[in-house]
Design a protein around this ligand. Sequence first.
Ligand code: ZN
Length: 94
Amino acid sequence: MGFFKKLFSGTPTKRDKNYYTFNVKCTRCGEVIEGRVDLDNDLSLEYEDDRSVYFVRKGLMGNNRCFQQIEVELKFDSSRQLLEQQVTGGTFIE
Ligand SMILES: [Zn+2]
């Protein structure tokens, strides 16, 4: 992880680890897969109209013998609050 940290480090920030977790159910086999986004390292900054948003795309795969590829896209605002979520290959569950 140290390698990636160095790659993306702009100004070093001291914050507690910050994760956003979610559950996705595979549309093919019904397995529930937990996904986790590292809000410090996984997000990429994008500019949208006059605001900046954080964007992350995650590929998930379950433990079943099911090769459904589930792809999740999440968008957060500058204070890391979820704005939008999309999933292909599965559905979000609470
Ligand atoms: Zn599946």
